[in-house]
Structures are given as C-alpha cells and as structure tokens.
Design a protein around this ligand. Structure first.
Ligand code: SME
Length: 162
C-alpha cells in the first residue's frame, strides 16, 4: 500500500468534513462528528474538542462541549486563562509548538506537547473555538491550520443558520 502524504490525508479529511456538514441535522451534531473525524483520522490529533462561549455569562466563559480524548479538568475557562482564552479574546488562531515553553498554557494531560486553538465566528463575533492537543511537538503545520480553520468555519456557518 502506498503511503499517503500529509497533504493527501488533509485533503481527504477536508472532504469528509464537508460531507459530514451536508449530512448533519444540526450544528451540535456537526460538532460531535468533527471531533470524531479529526481524532480518528488525524493520528497526531490526540484530543479534539469544542469550547463555546456561555451565552449571557458575565464575565464571559468558555464551556467545554463535544470532545474526544481523555477527560480534561478544564471544563470552564475564562477569557484571560490559557491558550483557549487567548484565542477567544484575540479572535485569532493560536498555534503552540511547545506547550512547556508557553506560560499561558493550562495543562490538560502530561502527554500534550503542542496545541492549536481556532476561534469560531458567528456573524463576525467569536462564539467559541475548536481546540486540538497533540502528544507530538510542533504537530500543527500550515496545512493542519487550514484544515482546522475550515472545520471551525463550517461550524460557524451552521450556527449562523440556526
Ligand atoms: N490547554 C488549554 C486548556 C484546554 S485542554 O487543552 C483540553 C489551554 O491552555 O487553554
């Protein structure tokens, strides 16, 4: 069997995400399907989960939604905490190649070495984020970033049409 390159794999998973979006009956189902897809197909994506901004919470807080991987102690994160808070408050994707070297990092598992957090926008406002941890250092390159941003966009569009 020929080895699949990372680019081919990412293309394939992107197409599968588009297919899941066309089949999902709700944004909630799509979020669950995306966690399952990314965790199953992308071998370095060892923890995949959504954090969503709690409606009406003051101060604002991110609340854990669907996820795949080990249980995390961080089920509720303030916007001034962690890589998750940094991505939600800046509205920018955050990629951390070495979590030990990032003082913002909130540890979820001792095995985690790198992390990507991508905000989800609904009508131009951050509504939540897609967070992925890897047991491998610098697991998230440019193509990974594009794949995760694509998945986050699918969810944002679904939430807009709710
Ligand atoms: N590492 C995150 C916390 C969430 S866990 O990774 C699931 C952070 O620093 O915000």
């Amino acid at each position: 069997m020929a080895l699949t390159s990372n680019t081919q794999k990412i293309d394939e998973v992107r197409n599968q995400a588009a297919h899941l979006n066309s089949q999902a009956r709700s944004a909630d189902q799509l979020m669950q399907d995306i966690t399952l897809l990314l965790n199953r197909e992308m071998l370095k994506y060892n923890w995949v989960g959504f954090y969503m901004l709690e409606p009406g919470a003051d101060p604002p807080a991110l609340v854990l939604g669907h996820y795949q991987g080990a249980m995390t102690p961080h089920t509720r994160i303030s916007l001034n905490q962690g890589i998750c808070g940094a991505a939600a408050s800046s509205g920018k994707t955050v990629v951390v190649d070495d979590v030990k070297a990032d003082r913002r990092y909130l540890a979820c598992s001792l095995e985690t070495k790198s992390e990507i957090v991508v905000p989800i926008f609904v009508r131009g406002q951050v509504a939540g984020e897609l967070d992925i941890d890897s047991h491998f250092a610098a697991a998230f390159g440019e193509e990974d970033r594009q794949l995760v941003e694509y998945c986050a966009e699918l969810v944002g569009k679904r939430l807009e049409n709710k």
